[in-house]
Ligand binder design. Structure first.
Ligand code: FMN
Ligand code: SF4
Ligand code: SF4
Length: 359
């Protein structure tokens, strides 16, 4: 915000560590205070250096306060660039100079693997939601998510409905395990309703982690041409190809039928599941707490004896697949209760970091 009396421009943003960055411009002088662990600076720098250092709202405000994120479907008021030092800092806005941001959601690592191959630093949707960081701008913005009953997970749907995103090129990759159905059209409809027009939407066949129907030991043995298909997708996105994967007519019909039925966990408006109904925790539980850390809905707690779960559930199955003692079982039964899966290119602690809602 520019103060007419002092010609001072102030803005707040957050550094990669989530700390507040404070910049102030007094006429031609700029002061910036960075908080990065124990390092602090407070010195005069050029506007160009400020932009480089911050790459955020503050830098953008320094050059052109009102053009910051304008043109976005959901415009961000210049008031959001705050000069009140008592006010809460605004959610982080990514640099205008950012080339590509990839958002992902994962239960068992397939989508994180794909997201990592499309970006060096993909952004976890559960973490963005937890920190209420909902404003982003980049040349290219992409989504990687698993198909659940043809749909995106609820948390992904909620993120796209509440985020303010600006990009030249929007792309999405939906991973699935056996039949993607109408997933591409559903994504197109959900994102259009939020004002976005996706340039590229493709699906990628991977291991199917849906335990009621699939034996993970069998799935892991299947060759689904994942690296080759992923390479094609990467090449197309790098060239900013415009492509919406066609959907067969029978898949659209199946989807319309399901919407009419409107029962079971996968309905027209999303996934309906309660953790306490879906999962049974057996006495094999050793209270290690891994389920607590991998759950993107914070549904787990460790009771005196063992873990307990309840609450609105994404059905991502992160908890079930990650439990080292296979102590979490699906109440309705499974194809093979002794087989579990995690994408071989993803470590357990990466799934924990992606989904952990504590703190
Ligand atoms: C609740 C649920 C529903 C699923 N529904 C479908 C589906 O409709 N079609 C399909 O082919 N795969 C389906 N899958 C499989 C996942 O989409 C697939 O394994 C995905 O790659 C998992 O990604 P992740 O490892 O990042 O969690 C489903 C999996 C879960 C957990
Ligand atoms: S991950 Fe498994 S063993 Fe560990 S606390 Fe959870 S249910 Fe118990
Ligand atoms: S309870 Fe399990 S399946 Fe449900 S959101 Fe948490 S980790 Fe995912």
């Amino acid at each position: 915000m520019r103060d007419a009396h002092t010609d001072r421009v102030s803005a707040y943003a957050r550094c990669a560590y989530g700390r507040k960055i404070d910049s102030r411009i007094y006429g031609s002088q700029i002061k910036i205070q960075l908080h990065k662990g124990f390092i602090q600076m407070n010195e005069k720098i050029s506007r160009r250096t400020l932009l480089k250092l911050m790459g955020t709202a503050a830098g953008a405000a320094a050059l052109a306060p009102v053009t910051f994120l304008t043109g976005c479907k959901k415009e961000i008021s210049p008031d959001k660039i705050n000069d009140n030092s008592n006010a809460q800092p605004e959610p982080q806005a990514k640099a205008m100079a950012t080339k590509r941001i990839v958002f992902y959601f994962t239960g068992t690592g397939n989508c994180l693997y794909v997201a990592k191959s499309l970006s060096d630093n993909p952004v976890s949707i559960p973490q963005a939601m937890k920190l209420n960081q909902l404003e982003y701008e980049a040349e290219e913005i992409g989504f990687v998510y698993p198909v659940y009953g043809m749909m995106p997970p609820n948390i992904v749907r909620k993120f796209i409905q509440s985020a303010k995103l600006k990009a030249i090129y929007f792309f999405a990759v939906a991973t699935y395990g056996s039949r993607q159905g109408n997933a591409v059209n559903i994504w197109n409809e959900i994102t259009k309703a939020s004002g976005y027009s996706f340039d590229y939407i493709a699906t990628l066949l991977m291991v199917d982690n849906w335990l009621p129907a699939f034996d993970m030991d069998e799935q892991k043995k299947m060759d689904k041409n994942i690296p080759q298909n992923l390479d094609k997708i990467k090449a197309a996105i790098d060239k900013r190809e415009k492509f919406i994967e066609p959907v067969p007519e029978d898949a659209v019909e199946r989807w319309n039928k399901r919407k009419e039925e409107n029962s079971g966990p996968f309905r027209g408006d999303g996934v309906h599941a309660k953790a306490e109904e879906w999962f049974t925790i057996t006495d094999r539980c050793v209270s290690c707490g891994i389920c607590v850390r991998v759950c993107p809905r914070a549904n787990y707690k460790i009771d005196v004896e063992h873990a307990a779960t309840s609450g609105e559930c994404e059905l991502c199955l992160a908890c079930v697949h990650a439990c080292p003692h296979k102590a979490i079982q699906l109440t309705q039964g499974e194809k093979n209760p002794n087989a579990r899966f995690r994408n071989p290119n993803v470590k357990l602690n990466e799934i924990q970091r992606a989904n952990d809602q504590r703190g």
